[in-house]
Design a protein around this ligand. Structure first.
Ligand code: KE4
Length: 424
């Protein structure tokens, strides 16, 4: 028995499913998790000494690669000054000024401890600001696990959401309306029916929780127009795309400005950080200034701020990193598409910058329905085989592949060889 297997046997006795987040259990690919002991650059090392080229990057945060020297040194040094004070610190001012300086639409920002918390707070703020209750989310988009957003998409656009988790009272999701990604008509019908009650539309500007689905031309612009027309707020959930697609995230990449933006992952440099921010007029409604309550013991924690500031500062000082990263994505995901095409397989590769996904379907991928036509068994077999070759892909068809600045061309050429052999 490997150390990972024996650890998993112990883990399942004391942790639900043996993991602290479901996707890590490798259940959707029918295997058991590798227990990771360390990580360096583009590589993970498991408890049995196996090395993997990492295409998960902790689900997005590790854009610079693992254990980046500057980030680790900054955090190590900060630890000597104490781990948490529960008091205002200069680091939080530095982080807030950094984020506000990088994202034009963000005039004020509030730090929290996860993407879920940031989304939950942004929704509450949008409801408080507009004095309206309904929100629109998109089928297949994931915004963390707060009750109101765990919505099984009602079929068609006229159904209000029904919870897709036990423990979420129907009351908590009755004001969550579902629409189809890349389908403005499915949004328009909600606004036409109850536009004056809609507080906000929340969207992943690149849908990266049903694989990777880019916005069709005009989709994000159309959402902006509908929100303006009906006085609703547009919330971009940039937990994945923030500081990933460019210094200004997806809103800069696509040139569409939201009213509120949610951040996570990269902003924390690998530490638990989420944030939400936007126009001053809206953000000043957040307690203690305004009447929208939100709080957190470890919000703005000095160690987390140190990691986030170190990572964001490196990205800000090297805008060329994004050209490099996005060009690498363009090449790498294009090569995967060529491999499956030359193997005469109808599979689709979608990508935006360093985010990409290989779907095992011939259907054009535009929304959750088309994404779900992917052959998950075929994906699971591929994923397990790649793992044996030392490639650590996300153990779910509906997650993104992430490249980092630590991935070199030769590493990726090696990975492509494994994929080519597999599909031949
Ligand atoms: P967290 O609460 O997991 O920090 O963030 C929730 C969240 C919000 N918005 C978007 C667009 C997200 O992708 C996420 C979380 N992403 C998943 C992976 N797709 C986290 C991985 C996991 O759940 O273990």
């Amino acid at each position: 028995m490997t150390r990972s297997e024996s650890l998993f046997q112990k883990a399942v006795k004391v942790i639900p499913g043996g993991v602290n987040s479901p996707v890590r259990a490798f259940g959707s690919i029918g295997s058991t998790p590798k227990f990771i002991k360390s990580a360096q650059g583009a590589y993970l090392y498991d408890e049995d000494g196996n090395r993997y080229l990492d295409f998960v990057g902790s689900w997005g945060p590790m854009i610079l690669g693992h254990s980046h020297k500057t980030v680790v040194e900054s955090v190590t040094e900060a630890c000597q000054r104490g781990l948490s004070f529960g008091a205002a610190t200069a680091l939080e001012v530095e982080m807030a000024e950094l984020v506000c300086g990088m994202i034009p639409s963000v005039e004020m920002v509030r730090m929290v401890n996860s993407g879920t918390e940031a989304v939950m707070s942004a929704i509450r703020l949008a409801r408080g600001f507009t004095r309206r209750d309904k929100i629109i989310k998109f089928n297949g988009c994931y915004h963390g696990h707060s009750d109101g957003l765990l919505v099984q998409a009602g079929s068609g656009a006229m159904t209000s959401g029904v919870p897709d988790s036990l423990g979420v009272p129907a009351e908590y999701t009755k004001d969550t309306l579902s629409a189809d990604y890349n389908n403005l008509d499915s949004v328009r019908v909600h606004f036409q029916r109850c536009g004056e009650e809609i507080a906000a539309v929340i969207v992943e500007p690149v849908a990266a929780n049903m694989g990777v689905i880019p916005p069709e031309p005009g989709f994000l612009e159309g959402l902006r127009k509908l929100c303006d027309q009906y006085g609703a707020l547009l919330i971009f959930d940039e937990v994945i795309t923030g500081f990933r697609l460019g210094l200004e995230g997806a809103q800069g990449y696509y040139g569409v400005t939201p009213d509120l933006t949610v951040f996570g992952k990269i902003i924390g440099g690998g530490m638990p950080v989420g944030a939400y921010g936007g126009k001053r007029q809206i953000m000043e409604l957040v307690s203690p200034v305004g009447g929208v309550y939100q709080a957190g013991t470890l919000s703005g924690n000095p160690i987390a701020m140190t990691a986030g500031i170190a990572q964001l500062t490196l990205l800000k000082e090297h805008p060329e990193y994004y050209q490099q990263l996005n060009a690498m994505g363009e090449w790498f995901y294009g090569e995967i598409q060529t491999i499956v095409k030359e193997a005469d397989l109808p599979y689709q590769v979608t990508h935006v910058g360093s985010l990409g996904c290989l779907y095992f379907t011939g259907q054009k991928i535009v929304d959750d329905k088309s994404a779900k036509t992917s052959d998950r068994k075929a994906f699971a077999h591929f994923c397990n085989e790649m793992l044996k070759q030392g490639l650590y892909l996300a153990p779910s068809q509906f997650e993104a592949m992430f490249l980092s600045l630590a991935h070199t061309r030769e590493m990726l050429e090696q990975a492509l060889k494994c994929m080519e052999q597999y599909f031949q």
